[in-house]
Design a protein around this ligand. Structure first.
Ligand code: PEP
Length: 252
């Protein structure tokens, strides 16, 4: 897939009123925007209202989490088909903050991935990335391959099923210190090779995008825009300011 994508992850950083206010600012800022695809992932409670605000413009809607069953006694959960009904085109799966605080593991992430693929028009954004400790022991390559195999293994993609893999080194998230661009390029290469082993060259070329996330800002974005194999960015902190996020989207 050729067109680049930039995704805003607002996490749980804003109140409901602040979320709607920021959505309106984004809508105005991105009026007439063309170029990369731009997705906004607000908290679940605000999805429907944010969807109404951005409707008809270039911004797309994404969710931050999803459950793997479609319906049933699963208190507190939201299904892929509900996200679709709410207007979502994307959903983040297995963010490291959920792995850390909610104890999500790659078995769960695999189930979520499969469930999302079952809903037409909803694209999973699957997060992978190593801990700082794992990096020091040179286990990074293995960690990434292992995470990808657990999350995506044993699944055949149909022709039109799109997948985004977000490489997010855990230590770089929210730290203000992004990875060195050459290291991001290297990790993306490892991810691409792994995906090719699992899905074949053609499927990887047509169906996958691999993006980077971790302390991207308007100041460092230029270093990441022309890297080989980096198809876009997942942006946390810097997406909470419409002007800053616009500069990032413009740069890619
Ligand atoms: C993230 O949480 O996915 C992220 C990339 O955050 P930040 O940009 O704040 O590092």
């Amino acid at each position: 897939m050729n067109n680049k994508i930039v995704i805003a992850n607002w996490k749980m950083k804003l109140s409901l009123a602040e979320t709607l206010e920021l959505a309106k600012k984004m809508k105005n800022k991105f009026k007439g925007f063309s170029g990369s695809e731009v997705v906004i992932c607000p908290n679940s409670l605000s999805l429907i209202e944010v969807g109404k605000i951005i409707k008809g413009g270039p911004l797309k809607l994404g969710a931050q989490n999803v459950f793997w069953e479609d319906r049933g006694a699963y208190t507190g959960e939201i299904s892929p088909s509900m996200l679709k009904e709410a207007g979502c085109e994307y959903v983040i799966i297995g963010h490291s903050e959920r792995r850390k605080y909610l104890l999500e593991n790659y078995e769960m992430i695999h189930q979520e991935f499969k469930a999302v693929l079952g809903v037409e028009g909803l694209t999973p954004i699957v997060c992978v990335g190593e801990e700082a400790e794992e990096r020091k022991t040179d286990r990074r390559d293995f960690v990434l391959v292992d995470q990808l195999q657990q999350a995506l293994g044993g699944i055949n993609l149909l022709g039109d099923q799109r997948v985004i893999v977000a490489y997010e080194p855990i230590w770089a998230i929210g730290s203000g210190v992004a990875i060195e661009p050459e290291e991001a390029e290297y990790a993306h290469k490892i991810i691409k090779i792994s995906l090719r082993d699992m899905f074949g060259m053609k499927v990887v070329k047509n169906n996958f995008r691999i993006i980077y996330g971790g302390s991207i800002s308007s100041k460092n974005v230029k270093e990441f825009t022309n890297l080989e194999g980096v198809d876009g960015l997942l942006v946390g902190g810097a997406s909470l300011d419409a002007g800053e996020f616009y500069k990032i989207a413009k740069a890619i």
